[in-house]
Design a binder for this molecule. Structure first.
Ligand code: XMP
Length: 517
């Protein structure tokens, strides 16, 4: 396995994902891990991530010297290369020219990491790599034992190598897809230089996940809040295999779900898989709690609090619960670890079950906490969950509550559900569903004039939103074909009562967010 020491780069998670995609298990830990922790992990290789700090000033974060003393290969990326160079006696200085984005790097010397990897060769025989750079500092002189193996005009030392010790530094980012040969470079490091096999596959660890759950839970009883989202669904399927009837799921229907969602969850889990699921129909309770409120943040809080109240009440009815299961996944763990040490830059508050009933004193079971989303999906498929469930677009916790602008009413939620269902099923029918990252309908409680049959009517408006995005932090609107949008709009106006106008949202994020509230 590979240890990734995190110096705070926004790309650190990508490094771990790429390494795992190449068939090698990897974990991310903070850069100030102690020698003992590093030895205890027993890595076959270490990758030092990029980061926002500067190594040219004394006191920039440095990894424990054990990293360079334990006889395993080390790859430093961006800041990781600079801190390695500085710690091993090289010279790092601020660069007069900063480089961000696309760059062409020349391979200027032989090394095991980059030999025979190139995008182009110049007429005078210099191999070139198309890469993604982002740096302010640069290495001026490599430490002794290293040779310079790659460079650009503004960063003549863009790659350093010490084949003897297996130490390498790259100023560019092999983990991002803009670096065309990035996966080959990382593969070279972990397979050829660190001698890792390529056996890691999420499906292979199902047995050991199940074993671990059994060890932890023993004969105890487990409670799980099942939302129908990917993570909690996979936890339910996994725990059911591990401990069968010791698991009880509580599924809260808040009346703000997509069309038929509650029935589908029950069909999949209760009927098909035989999981014990308690379905709580709490539509009235949520809607009356929301009555009269039109502020988006207040609505979110009401929905969150009502959920916890309902969940706690159900949990309280069960006797002898010992464990609470949660669909925490690796990015959540990394983010909260970063938050604890003050190193993370983006910190989200998570919408997992917040307040457990105090008196219940439950222990947590989080079987997916070392897995990335794509790995969780693969495991879900292997556990027999339907593909549509495992590859479903994300759906916000507050559900349609934030897709009905202003006050939430059943009279708005019902037509919105119908319109959304038409849009989503047509996306599926026309093969667009998997090429957009998220798509949905929004209910606009304004009235607009329409002519229907014999007269003028003032009716509500539906907005359609479809976006393409990798990380949901930025997004572009999906350029769906006009004919397709036309077809969907006609169906909505013809089939959904009270809607006379459909608009398509062509705003990017930023400045617009993906949701409308
Ligand atoms: P925005 O609207 O911020 O959305 O661009 C980014 C992603 O987050 C989802 N989202 C939420 N998820 N609770 C959630 O669990 C929320 O309150 C919430 N608000 C937005 C949104 O659907 C998109 O995938």
């Amino acid at each position: 396995k590979i240890l990734i020491l995190d110096f705070g780069s926004q790309y650190t998670q990508l490094i771990a994902r790429r390494v795992r995609e190449l068939g090698v298990y990897s974990e991310i830990h903070p850069w100030d891990w102690t020698a003992e922790q590093i030895r205890g992990f027993a890595p076959k290789g270490i990758i030092l991530s990029g980061g926002p700090e500067t190594a040219s000033v004394d006191g920039g974060p440095k990894a424990d010297p054990e990293v360079y003393a334990m006889g395993v290969p080390v790859l430093g990326i961006c800041y990781g290369m600079q801190t390695m160079a500085a710690e091993l006696g090289g010279r790092v200085a601020p660069s007069s020219k900063r480089e961000f984005g696309y760059a062409r790097v020349a391979r200027t010397g032989p090394c095991r990491l980059l030999d025979d990897i190139e995008d182009a060769v110049t007429t005078d025989g210099l191999a070139q790599l198309d890469v993604w750079m982002s740096h302010g500092d640069r290495v001026e002189a490599p430490p002794s034992g290293f040779s310079v193996v790659a460079g650009t005009e503004s960063a003549p030392v863009a790659g350093i190598a010490d084949d003897g010790r297996g130490f390498y530094g790259l100023q560019f980012h092999p983990e991002v897809t803009h670096t065309l040969q990035g996966a080959r470079i990382l593969g070279r490091f972990i397979h050829d230089i660190c001698n890792c096999g390529n056996a890691w596959q999420p499906g292979n660890i199902i047995e050991s996940l199940i074993e671990r759950v059994r060890d932890q839970v023993g004969a105890g009883k487990v409670l799980l809040g099942l939302s129908g989202g990917v993570d909690s669904s996979v936890v339910a399927a996994l725990l059911h295999q591990a401990v069968g009837d010791q698991l009880t799921c509580v599924f809260v229907d808040n009346g703000l779900l997509r069309k038929d969602e509650g029935d589908q969850v029950m069909a999949t889990f209760a009927q098909h898989l035989g999981v014990k699921v308690i379905r709580v129909d709490a539509e009235d309770r949520f809607l009356s709690a929301l009555a009269g409120e039109s502020d988006p943040e207040a609505k979110r809080k009401i929905i969150g609090k009502t959920f916890i109240d309902v969940f706690d009440e159900e949990a309280g009815k069960l006797t002898e619960v010992d464990f609470l299961a949660q669909g925490t996944i690796y990015p959540d763990v990394i983010e909260s670890a970063g938050a604890a040490t003050g190193k993370a830059h983006v910190i989200k508050s998570h919408h997992n079950v917040g307040g457990l009933p105090e008196h219940m004193k439950l222990h947590l079971v989080e079987p997916l906490r070392e897995l990335f989303k794509d790995e969780v999906r693969k495991i879900g498929l292997e556990l027999g969950l339907p593909r549509e469930m495992v590859y479903r677009h994300p759906f916000p916790g507050p559900g349609l509550g934030v897709r009905i602008l202003g006050e939430v009413k059943k009279a708005y939620a019902d037509p919105l559900r119908e319109a959304d269902d038409i849009f989503i099923s047509e996306l599926r029918n026309h093969g667009h569903y998997d090429s957009v990252s998220q798509a949905f309908a929004v209910f606009l409680p304004v009235r607009s004039v329409g002519v229907m049959g014999d007269g003028r009517r003032y009716e509500h408006v539906i907005a359609l939103r479809a976006v393409e995005t990798i990380d949901f932090m930025t997004a572009r609107w999906a350029h769906l074909p006009y004919e397709f949008l036309d077809h969907v709009a006609r169906r909505i106006v013809n089939e959904v009562d009270g809607i006379s106008r459909v608009v398509y949202d062509i705003s990017g994020k930023p400045p617009a967010t993906i949701e409308w509230e």
